[in-house]
Write a protein that binds this ligand. Structure first.
Ligand SMILES: Nc1ncnc2c1ncn2[C@@H]1O[C@H](COP(=O)(O)OP(=O)(O)OP(=O)(O)O)[C@@H](O)[C@H]1O
Length: 449
């Protein structure tokens, strides 16, 4: 028995050290190589899994965790022409600078000289610049964990936006501008100069910037509940958390922010890219208009300035698109389209819809003309608005998208119209009331004056 065990032991030793037909290698060598290969494959799989889970986490963060994701293919159809997107602002720049107040001129000049001074040193300390701060690149690297993918909030036409925590503990949004051929730098300067000092509760505040070497970054206050596009067009389930009241709050706040840009600043600022993805929301659904990347300063004496057409497809006013004549009326038109989007929950251009419904403005007008205003309300709104409130909102839409820019209301008037309980029932002349005849229920019509 013992002998037979010994024999089997000898035979197993013999078989492991036996030469195999594979390159004449011994069996134990092949076993070792196989084990090593398996270990390598195992670690490779772990590495790949980790990478993909990091990517998933980043994607989740892109939509701020619990925020609805948006199908960009449908909703973000934009004019991609770079020549259109990055316009020459020379003419506009000249005009605006000749109209800025002395106080502002001083500020802009000091900003620029300071900016070039910043570029000449490698590491710049944070400096208070009156309206905000300069941030050193190092400071912003620390704030965003070296611009880690986990901190990416999203990406727009001008660069990637990161969430960051600066040294005083406050959360910020850092927009890292793409630095190609100096275009980003130009946008950067426009943006910094135009909005550095602007403060309004319905506008996203710029709290600083960084200009170091070729890097150009803008530091904004962080708005923590995503943007309106996500909430209108993302997957929110069968009932939208955006009730009619919340939608009107967002519309009115947005109108107030724009009214401030148009009417509360000297020189006034035309936003140029009013759209739902540029309306950021806080947890209480307060809207904040963002992305002044396209904003240009307008002198108060100038009614319009010619530039190449910018903006986002579906929101651009026909007059601006065809003539390139820019004034705040273009923003009013875009706001009208935005308000239609808020009411209907539909994208301004949606190729997935029936031919007559692809263009929101056209469909909206047809529906109103055929007294089917009630049907315009987003089906995801659980409680339909009172007829008067709906009528008011529909009328504001129609006023804002008037083909004659001169007939469009000012944003300040839009605020009043949206807020006035009795609009259009008391304050409006009869003719206007008739235009507003959008198929009210009989009972409501009788209530009117
Ligand atoms: N201050 C901010 N706080 C929180 N999120 C922000 C802030 N600014 C931008 N974002 C988010 O970052 C993303 C990219 O914004 P960005 O303004 O760069 O591009 P966009 O508006 O999507 O497109 P475009 O540049 O064409 O206007 C968006 O999801 C936006 O909601």
């Amino acid at each position: 028995m013992a002998n037979s065990d010994q024999n089997s032991g000898t035979s197993s030793t013999f078989s492991v050290s036996k030469k195999t037909p594979i390159l004449g290698l011994k069996l134990y060598v092949i076993i070792l190589v196989t084990i090593a290969a398996l270990i390598i494959v195992f670690f490779l799989i772990i590495f790949l899994c980790r990478r993909s889970s990091r990517r998933r986490r980043a994607q989740l963060r892109y939509s701020s965790g619990l925020l609805p994701l948006v199908n960009k293919e449908i909703s973000n159809i934009k004019q991609h022409d770079d020549h259109i997107k990055h316009v020459e602002s020379v003419e506009l720049g000249k005009n605006s600078s000749s109209n800025v107040s002395d106080e502002k001129k001083g500020n802009f000049t000091s900003n620029e000289s300071s900016s070039s001074r910043t570029e000449s040193v490698s590491v710049v300390e944070s400096v208070n610049i009156g309206w905000g701060r300069w941030y050193s690149l190092k400071e912003l690297e620390t704030a965003t964990s070296c611009f880690a993918v986990e901190n990416v909030i999203g990406e727009g036409g001008y660069g990637v936006v990161y969430r960051g925590v600066v040294s005083d503990g406050s959360v910020v949004a850092v927009k890292n501008l793409m630095n190609n051929k100096g275009q980003a730098e130009r946008e950067f300067k426009v943006e910094v100069e135009a909005i550095g000092k602007v403060r309004h509760k319905n506008l996203v505040g710029l709290i600083g910037y960084c200009a170091e070497g070729s890097e150009r970054l803008l530091v904004y206050e962080y708005v923590d509940n995503g943007n309106l596009e996500q909430w209108l067009h993302g997957d929110v389930g069968p009932i939208s958390p955006l009730s009619w009241e919340i939608r009107m709050k967002i519309a009115i706040g947005t109108a107030k922010g724009l009214a401030y840009l148009h009417e509360g600043l000297e020189p006034k600022v035309v936003h140029r890219d009013v759209k739902s993805s540029n309306i950021l929301l806080d947890r209480k659904w307060n809207p904040k208009v963002s992305d002044f990347g396209l904003a240009k300063l307008l002198g108060s004496e100038i009614s319009h300035v010619t530039t190449r057409v910018m903006g986002t497809f579906g929101y651009v006013s026909p007059d601006y698109a065809s003539t390139g004549m820019l004034n705040e009326g273009s923003d009013v038109y875009s706001f009208g389209v935005l308000l239609m989007e808020i009411i209907t929950g539909r994208n301004p251009i949606d190729y997935s819809r029936a031919p007559g419904e692809m263009n929101l403005v056209d469909w909206f007008k047809v529906m109103v003309a055929s007294r089917r205003g009630e049907e315009l309300v987003d089906g995801l709104i659980e409680v339909h608005p009172p007829p008067r409130a709906l009528k008011r909102a529909l009328l504001v839409c129609l006023r804002c998208i008037d083909l004659d820019p001169l007939k469009r209301p000012k944003m300040g008037q839009v605020v009043h119209m949206l807020e006035a309980e009795d609009f259009p029932f008391r304050s409006e002349p009869r003719a206007a009331r008739e235009t507003a005849s959008i198929g009210p229920p009989e009972a409501d019509a009788k209530k009117g004056p």
